[in-house]
Write a protein of this length. Structure first.
Length: 492
């Protein structure tokens, strides 16, 4: 029973992201589709279906042709078959034909049964998925709600069967900027899980991690410079996200021990949420350290997993200005490139001189490659709206506004020696771009896991502000860059 409930609960926005594959889980059990049971079971367990889109298109055409010749006497059975045709057409990407078949099936259902027939939710949800894929969000919302309402009436207030519809509704709400409704839908999913799954169970912990990830992502969409109520909502979402993750971590630890691999997902999510929240880099560092400890204490340690854990921790050290970053990057390299027993890491680190030239001609060629720096903060240099001091003529040719900077990225991932290489915007934008670059943090260029200084370039683009836009000069991005007097991007 609990396995079935967990499967339903996990058919969430993550699964929906693979649309239209989840529609195969809604196929009605008819005699002509018994061979597809394994495929639909695979889709329900979040594994790729074996049915290709071309095969689905062919199968839909065959089923539609057979319906025209056989014309079964049972109208409900006919409706189910038509629904299957529509679902297969939707899966194959023929959304218009799929919508027509699904609506024809609904017509047959409505002519013979109640609007709240418990057999209807599959068909209604399929119409909702088709509408979502066609970006007809009104149709999608109406049918997901109808389907959920039947499940609610048939199985109860906290029926797990509602959760796929709730998750699809969340996607609809997010696509139509109904963020409050999306939050309510996801919190309802959590309430259902807490009602139907045993307290402290791995299944419930998994749901909590998923909802925590959603809440963290939602909070990240709200600018820290928004109005007071929005900033309060941002903080509430982040707090609830971390609370759920802490609950899941405690539950998993109590059930499986402090080194359970099931902790990694929760800890990675926690580190990401702290990164989104800002000014929480030391807490992020703690989560990354715990991930490394878990991986190191596995019976069999995979070199790639160990390398990735060290890299993530080293990146966290860069954000907090921790000197341990040097050793952590070297450890990441050694995880997949074991050094001889006589190789002492410390002397290697101590002897390195900032240079982009090979430090040792005796090393193998593959071991002397210098990696490119990786931007750690902010997430990206997104285009910025120009201020009102730029007069734009709608009839004039499009101008590519930008500031080009050259600078050095130090072995500590910091930017220095900034030079303006080119610009066609006012000095105000140039100063802002310089400050943004100064506050940035990079994973430094690495040779054999040892950080080195390199020259780098940045091209920050600007776009004219639309006539009716109210967007501020500096974008409220997922990782806002705020010029500071000290030039620090992270809290120490």
């Amino acid at each position: 029973m609990h396995r079935i409930l967990l499967t339903l609960l996990l058919l969430s926005a993550n699964c929906a992201a693979a649309a239209p594959a989840p529609i195969l889980t809604l196929l009605y059990d008819t005699d002509d589709l018994t061979f597809l049971q394994k495929s639909t079971s695979a889709a329900a367990s979040n594994t790729p279906s074996r049915l290709s889109q071309d095969q689905a298109q062919t199968l839909a055409a065959d089923l539609k042709a057979s319906l025209a010749s056989d014309n079964p006497g049972d109208p409900i059975y006919l409706a189910k078959q038509l629904a299957n045709v529509g679902m297969l057409q939707t899966y194959a990407g023929d959304l218009t034909a799929g919508d027509q078949s699904l609506r024809a099936a609904l017509t047959h259902f409505n002519q013979n049964q109640s609007l709240f027939d418990p057999r209807l939710p599959k068909l209604l949800s399929a119409i909702g998925i088709n509408g979502f894929l066609r970006e007809d969000y009104d149709t999608a919302e109406d049918h997901f709600r109808w389907s959920q309402n039947i499940q609610h009436r048939s199985y109860g207030l906290f029926a797990a069967e509602q959760t796929p519809n709730l998750n699809w509704l969340t996607r609809v709400y997010l696509s139509t900027d109904q963020t409050d409704a999306a939050d309510i839908a996801q919190r309802y999913v959590l309430s259902i899980a807490e009602q139907v799954l045993p307290a402290g169970s791995p299944a419930l912990s998994e749901i909590k991690i998923g909802i925590a990830a959603y809440l963290g992502q939602r909070a990240n969409t709200i600018s820290p410079f928004a109005e007071d109520l929005d900033r309060l909502l941002r903080q509430t979402l982040f707090t609830d996200s971390v609370d759920l993750l802490n609950q899941a971590i405690l539950e998993i630890t109590a059930a499986e021990g402090p080194y359970s691999v099931n902790l990694i997902d929760a800890l990675e999510t926690k580190a990401q949420v702290y990164s989104w929240r800002g000014r929480s880099n030391r807490l992020k560092e703690q989560a990354l350290t715990q991930i490394l400890t878990v991986i190191q204490n596995q019976p069999v340690v995979k070199a790639e997993s160990l390398r990735d854990a060290w890299l993530a921790l080293a990146d966290g050290y860069i954000l907090t200005g921790n000197e341990k970053a040097v050793t952590a990057y070297r450890s990441a390299w050694l995880a997949t490139n074991p050094a001889p027993a006589s190789d002492d890491v410390a002397p290697i680190v101590a002897k390195v001189k900032p240079s982009i030239e090979p430090t040792s001609q005796s090393l193998p060629a593959r071991a002397t490659i210098l990696t490119d720096p990786v931007l750690l903060w902010p997430d990206a240099y997104d285009p910025i709206y120009l201020g009102a001091d730029i007069a734009t003529d709608p009839t004039a040719p499009v101008v590519d506004y930008a500031v080009e900077l050259g600078f050095t990225i130090s072995s500590k991932g910091r930017v220095k020696r900034i030079k303006v290489l080119g610009k066609n915007v006012p000095n105000r934008q140039v100063r802002w771009t310089r400050t943004m670059a100064l506050n940035s943090r990079y994973r430094p260029a690495l040779r054999n896991g040892v950080p080195e200084e390199v020259e780098f370039a940045l091209r920050q683009t600007f776009i004219p502000r639309p006539a009716t836009a109210t967007t501020p000069d500096a974008p409220a991005s997922t990782s806002p860059v705020v010029p500071s007097k000290t030039g620090q991007a992270a809290d120490n």
